[in-house]
Design a protein around this ligand. Structure first.
Ligand code: BJ8
Length: 431
């Protein structure tokens, strides 16, 4: 941290003692997992800095934005249309949900066997550990999985009525699309009401360009990982994707582009972060919110390279570019709604498009195997893993199914399974 933020946290009702403990654990984990990596690109220094200031400088920036009467909108899902938030001068923030904190408190409100991500966002709030939640004017939920849907009802009470829930259809037929378009319109009206502004065409076009530019920068980063050896570690790429949910979008895009220029040079030189010939792994499944680095750390610590994430903290967030340049606000809202319906979350049925996405990514990124990651008790991804395995078996692509939570208790067991998987890939054996 560049300075002492205690007064700011105190004003936000943060539990200072517990928060100090959290930052100490985070800093140790970052040192061990990230800063111990070799041959990292220079451009990662910016992202190291952002992480070191995760509850400091960025919170200060958000509080400055609030002084300018800008509204802060917290989210938990990549279906929330950020363009509309930005068009109304809002700040869009992905809320803390990636660490095992406050679970004792959370379990007073939700069952023990709830997925770690839901438990975490409840826990962060109940334990007074997330300054982002404290800055929000509105928290946007979505009817994706049952766990989130029901947890949002409780979260609304805990946050003093800050929740707003968007209805996401379960199926992508015409009725589902119509429902979703109406939901996006309802969301736009809600934001207009809380900001006291009307969406202007120019602002909507400008916001769409900002979000698209970030998507394109992340696509460029993804493409660079297709080279062998990969010019950046999977851990670093995961971190960049995690940071994309709360950094200022324009600054973030500029920094990712600078980093990609550096990675371009590495590719030209044929240099990378690891040796050529090591197993290349695509991770697919539930999202990994910051600071969930567990699986990547085990895979890369076992001598493989993670070359992509078929995940909402990854390709599902940036894979589809919005058809921007609208001639009316109405056209913009409809195109925005349609763009988001092209995200293939396991909450939809059927969801065969996701299987095609996994196969496409495996091919494009030259993956030698897929590790399917489901957060324990995440029913949509745990179940969809079976269909994914069948689709990959049919193509002869090795597949390993992992279910885990945020705790470190199963690290040894996971490492053993992953090492065995990598060994089989190395011998060209199908799993
Ligand atoms: S679009 S994946 S961000 S809903 S891990 S809470 S699904 S039980 S996060 Fe998600 Fe949007 Fe879908 Fe992506 Fe439920 Fe699973 Fe928990 Fe999950």
């Amino acid at each position: 941290m560049t300075k002492d933020y205690k007064q700011m946290w105190n004003n936000l009702d943060i539990n200072l003692e517990a928060h100090d403990g959290l930052l100490a654990v985070l800093s140790d984990a970052y040192q061990n997992i990230y800063l111990s990596q070799h041959n990292r690109p220079e451009g990662m220094k910016y992202f190291d800095f952002v992480i070191s200031e995760v509850h400091g400088l960025r919170i200060e920036e958000i509080l400055e934005a609030k002084k300018e009467r800008r509204k802060v909108i917290g989210t938990f899902c990549v279906y929330v249309p950020e363009e509309i938030i930005l068009a109304l001068d809002g700040v869009c923030i992905g809320l803390c949900a990636g660490a095992d904190v406050g679970s004792d408190e959370a379990e007073k409100f939700i069952p023990r066997n709830t997925c770690a991500l839901i438990k975490a966002f409840m826990g962060f709030k109940l334990a007074g550990l997330c300054p982002y939640i404290q800055t929000t004017d509105l928290i946007v939920g979505e009817t994706t999985c049952d766990g989130k849907k029901k947890a949002y009802e409780i979260f609304d009470e805990i946050t003093g009525g800050k929740m707003y829930v968007m209805e996401i259809p379960n199926m992508k037929g015409e009725d589902g699309r119509t429902l979703w378009r109406n939901e996006v319109k309802r969301f736009a009206k809600k934001l207009e009401a809380i900001t006291g502004k009307m969406i202007a065409l120019e602002k909507l076009n400008e916001a769409s360009k900002i979000v698209n530019a970030r998507r394109k920068a992340l696509q460029r980063l993804s493409l660079l990982r297709s080279f062998e050896p990969s010019p950046i570690s999977g851990l670093d790429a995961l971190l960049i994707n995690q940071v994309s949910f709360y950094d200022d979008p324009v600054r973030f895009t500029a920094k990712v582009s600078e980093l990609c220029d550096e990675l371009d040079e590495r590719v030209k030189d044929g240099s990378g972060v690891s040796k050529k010939g090591i197993p290349r792994i695509l991770v697919s499944g539930s999202p990994m919110a910051v600071p969930n680095w567990k699986l990547h750390a085990i895979i890369e610590g076992s001598g493989a390279a993670v070359v992509g994430e078929e995940s909402c903290v990854g390709e599902r967030n940036f894979g589809v570019i919005l058809d921007d340049g609208f001639s009316s606000v109405e056209e913009g809202i409809e195109k925005i709604a349609d763009r988001y319906m092209n995200i293939h979350c396991a909450c939809f049925t059927p969801n065969d498009e996701r299987l095609s996405d996994i196969l496409d990514m495996a091919k494009r990124l030259k993956a030698d195997g897929i590790i399917h990651y489901a957060i324990q008790f995440c029913t949509p991804y745990m179940l969809e893993a079976f269909k994914a395995k069948k689709a990959l078996d049919n193509k002869g692509i090795p597949f390993l199914r992992i279910e885990t939570d945020y705790s470190m208790e199963d690290m040894g067991q996971l490492k053993t399974r992953i090492e065995a998987f990598l060994e089989m890939i190395g011998k060209g054996v199908r799993v």
